[in-house]
Design a protein around this ligand. Structure first.
Ligand SMILES: NC(=O)c1ccc[n+]([C@@H]2O[C@H](COP(=O)([O-])OP(=O)(O)OC[C@H]3O[C@@H](n4cnc5c(N)ncnc54)[C@H](O)[C@@H]3O)[C@@H](O)[C@H]2O)c1
Length: 261
């Protein structure tokens, strides 16, 4: 098979959790553009509808489903609905994240809340869909971590932007780092079933950030800038597709070198 053909995702079914905001939208677009049947699951129907409608309008095969990853029954229901309609999935992208904690001194209830969604819910959902992949002896699972799963906070970036910016959420750093090693565990566990499990650790996505943050952030990268919406697409399609058939257990930073120095 010619190499570019190995990147094609026609006939593949993919679920992107939290696929209608920020990086999730970019990931859903990239997978749909590569030909995948792209299923987006999250809590806000309005946000999902916007992304799914724009993908459909561009001629792609996209679908929208409700998911509260903090609720075991909601995860079970999504699994039932998708299995009934689409059969076993080929690709799962664990992208959803809840960020209730705003700083080091945030209430423990917020720590518990994000743990339920980002750890317990994510694991339950992964195990359910992986069971179907085991039955068909193939699959690709991609966990979206972050540069902040690899390094600690860079407080100097936020100087002069107000006290809220200098108080970073510890739960986020904990979950994102945990995801990288859970990836290795799952790669080891599921490899015998021809299921690959990899992490992508993206850098900061450009949105409405302003100076001086933008230039300070840029100086922390080799390429001098934050990510644009297209920057993650190549990595996600690579890890989802047969182009990465011999790749499992890795953490691929897509961060312009933020974590390389
Ligand atoms: N934005 C960035 O600069 C950046 C940088 C590095 C990594 N990331 C990672 O990218 C991923 C997306 O983050 P983002 O910042 O682009 O978008 P975001 O934080 O705005 O969106 C997260 C998504 O998760 C969904 N979500 C939250 N709680 C949920 C729940 N209980 N059930 C179902 N869905 C739920 C939200 O609805 C949303 O769609 C995350 O895994 C994040 O860690 C983001």
């Amino acid at each position: 098979m010619a190499v570019l053909e190995t990147f094609a995702l026609e006939g593949r079914k993919v679920l992107v959790t939290g696929g209608a905001a920020g990086y999730g939208t970019c990931i859903s677009q990239g997978l749909a553009e590569a030909g995948a049947t792209t299923i987006i699951a999250s809590r806000s129907e309005e946000k999902r509808r916007k992304v799914v409608d724009s993908l459909k309008a561009a001629g792609y095969d996209a679908h929208s489903y409700y998911l509260d990853q903090g609720d075991e029954e909601s995860i079970n229901k999504l699994h039932e609905q998708l299995t009934e309609r689409f059969g076993p999935l080929d690709i799962l992208v664990n992208n959803a994240v809840l960020r209730p904690m705003k700083g080091y001194r945030g209430p423990l209830d917020q720590w518990r809340e994000s743990l339920e969604v980002n750890a317990t819910g994510m694991f339950h959902l992964t195990r359910l869909f992986a069971e179907d992949m085991i039955k068909q002896n193939k699959g690709s699972i991609i966990n979206i971590s972050s540069i902040y799963g690899m390094v600690g906070p860079s407080f100097s970036q936020y100087e002069g932007m107000g006290p809220a910016w200098l108080d970073q959420p510890p739960d986020y750093y904990f979950h994102k780092a945990g995801m990288i090693n859970l990836t290795r565990f799952l790669a080891a566990e599921l490899g015998k079933h021809n299921i690959r499990v990899n992490t992508i650790s993206p850098g900061g996505l450009m949105s409405d950030q302003s100076e001086p943050f933008l230039s300070r952030y840029g100086k922390n990268t080799f390429l001098g800038r934050m990510a644009n919406p297209d920057d993650i697409k190549g990595a996600i399609v690579f890890l989802a597709s047969d182009a990465s058939a011999y790749v499992t257990g890795i953490n691929l930073p897509v961060d312009a070198g933020f974590t390389a120095h």
